[in-house]
Write a protein that binds this ligand. Structure first.
Ligand SMILES: Nc1ncnc2c1ncn2[C@@H]1O[C@H](COP(=O)(O)OP(=O)(O)OP(=O)(O)O)[C@@H](O)[C@H]1O
Length: 284
């Protein structure tokens, strides 16, 4: 294997037997889970929610990886674990080989500041700060000097096509433009990992498509490791190099769009694919 290919396949994020149980007695529920009890049984018996039910997967450096699943499948919980906002009940999350599931609060904060940036569905912009100040924010909390962060913010705004909008308030911008600001803020920090939690779900269909194209364009240039959460199979298949389909806290199938289409793992996946075939049939 050539050096270039080896480099492309370097693992950036690895989940090993990840389990997250919500409730006040997670370890009682964990024991039952390990004994083979189902999620529903555990909920009935203990009132604890098994949100992530033993997930193992690897995300390569520079990959745009999509987690797809319907509401309640555990997508947000997974993102919150990787972003060090909550601790898993059991299992490991390796980022660049470091198990972040078992680090202290200080290290968690450092990791959030240095390695990971987040783009939110509802943009998460400060309404009373200008677009530029919003983009600068991540740099400010990282202690970057004002002149440098202003330069970086302007360069990143240019990257997302908003170079003229730095002095405006977010309220002057359309939904698509607001999400470009969200993206610029995440990119400005130079974090290697971008976590995108349904970032385009609040946008109109046309703008949503435009933003998907924009993300693909930026990714060609930036080669970030992107974990993109979506409940939409069309979006997942359009942008994902690989996709993990989640249901009830588990990964039902993981593969490239081609692999999933040619060998759907079960009827659940086939039902999703039918949605794609139906839209194609409508379009002729
Ligand atoms: N803080 C919590 N306490 C108890 N249960 C929770 C909590 N957060 C999530 N859950 C439960 O965990 C399961 C997974 O929820 P999660 O929000 O991760 O799913 P999701 O796929 O992101 O759904 P959505 O797209 O609706 O946000 C659900 O059954 C949910 O009710």
């Amino acid at each position: 294997m050539s050096e270039t290919i080896k480099k492309e396949l370097e693992t950036k994020i690895e989940l090993q037997h990840l389990i997250k149980i919500y409730g006040n007695q997670p370890h009682v529920a964990l024991k039952l889970f390990r004994e083979g009890k189902t999620r529903d049984d555990i909920l009935k018996l203990t009132n604890q929610v098994v949100s992530i039910a033993d997930i193992s997967l690897k995300i390569n450096k520079g990959e745009l990886f999509v987690i797809m699943g319907l509401s309640g499948s555990g997508k947000s919980t997974l993102v919150r674990c990787i972003n060090c906002l909550i601790k898993p009940t059991s299992g490991h999350i390796y980022i660049d080989g470091e198990d972040i599931a078992h680090v202290n609060e200080t290290r968690m904060r450092e990791l959030r500041l240095s390695k990971i940036s987040m783009v939110f569905q509802q943009f998460g912009l400060f309404p009373h700060k200008s677009v530029r100040e919003n983009v600068e924010y991540g740099l400010k909390v990282r202690g970057i000097k004002p002149v440098l962060r202003r330069e970086k913010a302007q360069a990143t705004l240019t990257l997302v096509g908003l170079e003229q909008w730095g002095d405006y308030l977010p309220s002057s911008l359309s939904g698509g433009m607001k999400q470009r600001v969200g993206l610029a803020r995440a990119l400005a920090t130079d974090a290697e990992i971008l976590l995108m939690d349904e970032p385009f779900s609040a946008l109109d269909p046309l703008i949503r498509r435009e933003m998907q194209d924009e993300l693909l364009r930026l990714q060609k240039e930036l080669h970030k490791t992107i974990l993109f959460i979506s409940h939409d199979i069309h979006e997942a298949f359009k942008i994902g190099a690989r996709i993990a389909v989640m249901k009830d806290g588990k990964v039902v199938q993981l593969g490239t769009p081609k692999e999933i289409i040619s060998q759907p793992a079960n009827d659940y996946i086939r039902a999703f694919l039918q949605d794609i075939y139906d839209s194609k049939a409508i379009l002729g």
